[in-house]
Design a protein around this ligand. Structure first.
Ligand code: ADP
Length: 490
């Protein structure tokens, strides 16, 4: 801890489960702060006052007013909500910015909100205010931990502040989302002109929120060691690999943990039948229930492949769609739960119609069904082109549903391929393939389907996967150790 008092951390995020979640970031924003508090750190989460957050915290009280955040940023109130046993929240209350339905980033027609730079500029600005000497709050963080591009400007704002301030840490959950806006937004954001250069917020003539965070933060972290290595390469660097190579001594990969209480097949309230490794036979109950629920043929023998994913190019769902006619002849069934690109949703819906009874496509966001797919499927599929960490493969390992995953990012760090060597060593947990191509995915699926016919091998894969510890314990300690070293180092 810093001195005698606990380390104080302000965790800034645009998503917070269970209220606002488009993917892993929302989940991590709920679980990591709680784990850090469990280790004795005084963590507070700063989040926009979306309707769901406001509705869930009617008791929140105003603790400060930010009348003039600068530039064209809207005035805001800062609310504070604290419940026994929960992580305290600081809520940026600005109805004109955040009181809208839709996702945090897009309207109902899936178009980015045109004023996203002002909305997340405000979030970043308030974060920097709270991390500096002029904060209206008595509570001052030692560490400002900013998550993804919506919080990316905070380290930049903080860098231009005088006086005592927090150490800033930029955490990258996905380098592909960068928050790039026209140069004219610079004065609207209240950033000084000298911030607009190659070693600042400027990115090929535009303003980049994420680049700002990567340049100005004292430290950069990302969500797996594998992704930390990959983003320093041109292939995965999304145009920022040069900067990341330059800052490599300030870049750390820490694997995300999962919520092991919410994702536990032995106690999961969403399942038709709870199970653990000792009662793995009961998994069949969940498969039968899932087949019924999704209109698949009731068939205990045919392997059922499961997918829960954003339906995007990143996730390689097109690779999967391309081989569906081959998958059904393996034979295997396929259940896809997801939302995303309209074309992929259309293709999958069409395939589900064409292969009715063998392929199901649930094109919606459905937390409960996500649990049932993890439990009911025999094999989980994650053909991601890139995957910063990925949570679903960890859920599937825990649910005795060996994953077929592409060798990238966090998937490499969490899935051990069933090579003969790894099987002999007792470390194998799934099936990994290299090339982001339909043929390579199909070959890995064939390997998995073949392995499933070998009862002894399959049980060994399930046992090893289910015994993995993906809880936050180790990773939260790594974050805390890093934060403490940064604070002491300054
Ligand atoms: P990403 O953050 O890139 O989307 P992750 O694997 O890190 O990928 O996290 C995805 C999270 O979102 C998981 O918790 C997953 O279960 C959930 N998820 C994604 N799509 C859906 C969906 N359609 N319904 C329910 N949960 C979903």
């Amino acid at each position: 801890m810093a001195g005698d008092s606990p380390l104080r951390v302000l965790f800034v995020t645009p998503e917070l489960a269970p209220w606002v979640k488009s993917g892993g970031l929302g989940e991590v924003s709920a679980t990591l702060p709680a784990s850090l508090r469990g280790l004795g750190a005084d963590v507070r989460v700063l989040v926009p006052g979306y309707p769901a957050i406001a509705a869930a915290h009617p008791e929140a009280r105003v603790v400060a007013t930010v009348a003039d955040p600068g530039g064209e940023l809207a005035p805001a109130r800062l609310l504070f909500a604290q419940r026994p046993g929960q992580v305290p929240l600081l809520i940026v209350d600005c109805p004109e910015c955040f009181r809208r339905e839709g996702s945090p980033y897009q309207n109902e027609r899936r178009r980015d909100w045109p004023d996203n730079y002002l909305r997340f500029g405000l979030l970043s600005r308030v974060a920097a205010l709270l991390a500096g000497e002029a904060s209206p709050l008595a509570w001052r963080p030692h560490v400002l931990n900013c998550h993804d591009w919506p919080a990316g400007l905070a380290p930049a704002y903080l860098a231009f502040k005088r006086g005592a301030k927090a150490v800033s840490v930029m955490t990258v959950h996905n380098l592909a989302f960068q928050g790039i806006f026209p140069p004219a937004t610079l004065p609207a954001l209240g950033l000084p002109p000298q911030a607009f250069h190659r070693d600042g917020v400027e990115y090929y003539g535009s303003v980049s929120f994420l680049k700002a965070g990567l340049v100005y933060a004292d430290q950069i972290t990302t969500v797996s060691p594998g992704y930390a290595r990959e983003i320093q390469t041109e292939e995965y660097g999304c145009g920022l690999d040069g900067l990341l190579r330059h800052r490599h001594d300030r870049l750390t990969g820490i694997l995300n943990g999962i919520d092991t209480a919410a994702w536990d097949p032995a106690t999961d309230p969403f399942l038709a039948g709870p199970y653990d490794f000792a009662r793995i036979g009961a998994k069949a109950v969940n498969k039968a229930a899932l087949q019924r629920e999704l209109g698949l043929r009731p068939d205990p023998e045919t392997p059922l492949l499961g997918v829960v994913s954003r339906l995007t190019h990143q996730k390689g769902i097109d690779l999967l769609a391309a081989i569906v006619p081959r998958i059904v002849t393996l034979p295997a069934q396929l259940a896809v739960l997801g939302t995303g690109e309209a074309e992929l949703e259309r293709d999958l819906t069409e395939l589900a119609g064409r292969f009715a009874g063998r392929v199901a496509a649930a094109m919606r966001f459905d937390e409960a069904l996500a649990h049932r797919v993890e439990a009911g499927a025999d094999i989980f599929v994650m053909p991601s082109r890139f995957e910063p960490c990925g949570l679903n493969q960890m859920y599937s390992l825990r649910y005795g549903t060996p994953p077929v995953a592409r060798a990238t990012g966090g998937l490499t760090d969490t899935v051990v391929d069933a090579t003969s060597g790894n099987v002999a060593a007792g470390t194998a947990t799934g099936f990994v393939f290299g090339a982001p191509e339909p043929g390579a995915l199909l070959a890995a699926l064939e390997r998995a389907v073949r392995a499933r016919r070998d009862g002894k091998l399959w049980t060994a894969l399930q046992r090893t996967g289910m015994a993995q510890d993906f809880g936050w314990g180790r990773s939260a300690r790594r974050y805390l150790g890093l934060f403490q070293a940064l604070v002491t180092g300054r």
